[in-house]
Design a protein around this ligand. Structure first.
Ligand SMILES: NC(=O)c1ccc[n+]([C@@H]2O[C@H](COP(=O)([O-])OP(=O)(O)OC[C@H]3O[C@@H](n4cnc5c(N)ncnc54)[C@H](OP(=O)(O)O)[C@@H]3O)[C@@H](O)[C@H]2O)c1
Length: 225
């Protein structure tokens, strides 16, 4: 039975991903700041606060020796949604970097041994189309810049771990109807999860996808950097 670990699995896209993998018989390690076994029947709920290095360390220690086929860095924040630049608080901007860029890389680093022990050896990162320099729109300075920084950090991480056969993927989930995406989101959770899973689940020891080939929209199309 393959194993997946998902961050931010208590609501939104993370919760939908976790439920989808449980349904397909995977062992699901669902992390959140507020673990709640009743949210996803059949998953294992584990505590993880992305802003707490001790929490990442504790997760690493609790999973020592456990092969993890896919680590999915899903959790994220959009703290400056609808805020013009003059309203964006510097601490929120820094926190965006901490949660959207630094923490996913620290989690990947902490769990890379587990990924290497597995068959599939995949680390997925949920970024956003809003991080694209080529497709750059207006506003959302903190969110956009933190996700663009994530993309670059993932490229560095992927290069560092190429020899160990780890595949790193950057995925845009679409504009999804969640707390973050809002009711105006273009797609529902099921569409987003099914689309992203089609990309991620195809990776196996004989098919590798490198981030250098681009990052991917939920529908499988490439997004220009
Ligand atoms: N929805 C969209 O349209 C959209 C579009 C592009 C990209 N994305 C990306 O997709 C991912 C999921 O988004 P979503 O729409 O599902 O957002 P969401 O509904 O707001 O959920 C965010 C998740 O991240 C977790 N999280 C935030 N800060 C955390 C921390 N310090 N430690 C641990 N967990 C933390 C939240 O946990 P708590 O409940 O504890 O806060 C929650 O589980 C994010 O990376 C987001 O940037 C979303």
């Amino acid at each position: 039975m393959p194993t997946i670990l998902i961050t931010g699995a208590n609501r939104g896209i993370g919760l939908a991903l976790a439920r989808s993998y449980v349904k397909d018989g995977w062992r699901v390690l669902a992390t959140s700041r507020t673990p709640d076994e009743s949210l996803i029947k059949g998953a294992e709920s584990l505590p993880l606060d992305l802003t707490d290095a001790d929490s990442i360390k504790a997760l690493q220690q609790s999973l020592a020796g456990v092969p993890i086929d896919i680590v999915w860095n899903n959790a994220g924040v959009y703290l400056d949604k609808n805020q013009p630049l003059e309203q964006v608080d510097n601490l929120d901007w820094l926190r965006s970097f901490e949660i959207n860029c630094i923490a996913p890389i620290r989690i990947a680093e902490a769990l890379s041994e587990n990924v290497m022990l597995s068959q599939r050896k995949v680390i997925a990162f949920t970024t956003s189309k809003m991080s694209s320099l080529a497709g750059n729109g207006v506003g959302a300075y903190a969110y956009r810049s933190s996700k663009t920084a994530l993309n670059m950090a993932v490229r560095c991480f992927e290069q560092d771990h190429k020899a160990q056969g780890i595949s790193c993927l950057l995925l845009h989930p679409g504009h999804v109807r969640t707390d973050m995406g809002g009711l105006e989101g273009a797609i529902d959770l099921e569409t987003s999860v099914a689309g992203m899973r089609k990309i991620v689940d195809q990776i196996n020891p004989t098919l590798r996808i490198e981030t250098s080939r681009g990052f991917f929209d939920y529908d499988g199309s490439s997004i220009p950097w």
